[in-house]
Ligand binder design. Sequence first.
Ligand code: NAD
Ligand code: MG
Length: 395
Amino acid sequence: MKLVILGATGSIGVNTLDVVARHPERFEVVALTGHRQVEALAAQCRQFRPAYAVVAGAAEAGRLAGLIRDAGLRTEVLHGAEALVQVASLPEVDAVMAAIVGAAGLPPTLAAARAGKRVLLANKEALVMAGAVFMAEVRRAGALLLPIDSEHNAVFQSMPHGYAGDMPRGGIRRILLTASGGPFRTTPLDRLTTVTPEQAVAHPKWSMGRKISVDSATMMNKGLEVIEAHWLFNAPADRIEVVIHPQSVIHSLVDYEDGSVLAQLGNPDMRTPIAHAMAWPERIDSGVAALDLFAIARLDFERPDLARFPCLDLAYRALRAEGNAAAVLNAANEVAVAAFLDRRLSFLGIADLIAATLDSVPQAAVPDLAAVLEADRQGRGAALEILARRGVTAA
Ligand code: NAD
Ligand code: MG
């Protein structure tokens, strides 16, 4: 299988290459992208010898080209957003791992769908922003969309064989998305006002990029995942429930009309869903250890507390509002998380800023990519303006 990895230098990208390295006869890397992480990308090029490597701008491209030459490689170095779209739609490519973080991942991920590729979707923000447009392209082009997000991958594995988006026909009552609850599940509420970026990114169960780690701490990650599940499985908001499960062993569940509940379990290691989607419908070694139920001993469940996690409620509201609301929510969240990581916004300020942004951007339909990008632009603009008005300088 000929593979492109968008966001190869990130947490998902590195785990993907770990699986690739275990099966050299099965996977061939055609292109890797790494934005500004030039040295890490050069090391990956030396190991996997892709035909193309993509970075952010001309300066990064110059540096990477030098390293490629020094290593005696033939990798062609490209740069810019257009180059991401170009490698995602190369005719010789079978599968595209979409693992860029945030809205920047939307155009190349959509391009992979348009080109009818096997799309391995980690970049949940793309689907949150552009769900209707994205799913329409997948259907039109006959792309195979396989979820990498561990919850959605678990739901996919627990769905009826050949599930095509009809929950009643599949006898499905509910989708249950599990959540670890992040690092602040039991922190006293009055202490949340002073938590630092370092505390927020120290996730108890998963090792991930900084943005998704903050999203896990606010539970916006689960909110984005509710919206993601809506589009992937054609599930209405009131049929998607969130269950806090601190051990992160059950990755999600499907509740059927006859009372059966099917789930996927495993150690919390992203190489399992990555290997599952890369090899589907076959199964291959991912390097993940066998699950030791005796060591785990018990599994706990709690209902999420919306006073503690207002971002989860905001995401449900945006999903129910339809139109541009989810794109605005996502844009405001990206601005808020960046400001929090830069110590320009408090942890509790994240939810406040998103709520204020949602209130200030008028509702609109999003029939095409241009409308989605406009909603993203408006959401970012409004969030930055609210931040500035509150005496916080914009990035
Ligand atoms: P990360 O921050 O570790 O890596 C992000 C990658 O995107 C890097 O390769 C980086 O160079 C690249 N990138 C960043 N900004 C870019 C831009 N503007 N243009 C082009 N490339 C850019 O993030 P991650 O944790 O690997 O997450 C990637 C995506 O996968 C996110 O959408 C996240 O929500 C999703 N996801 C991650 C995990 C996980 O365990 N890490 C689990 C589920 C879903
Ligand atoms: Mg997830």
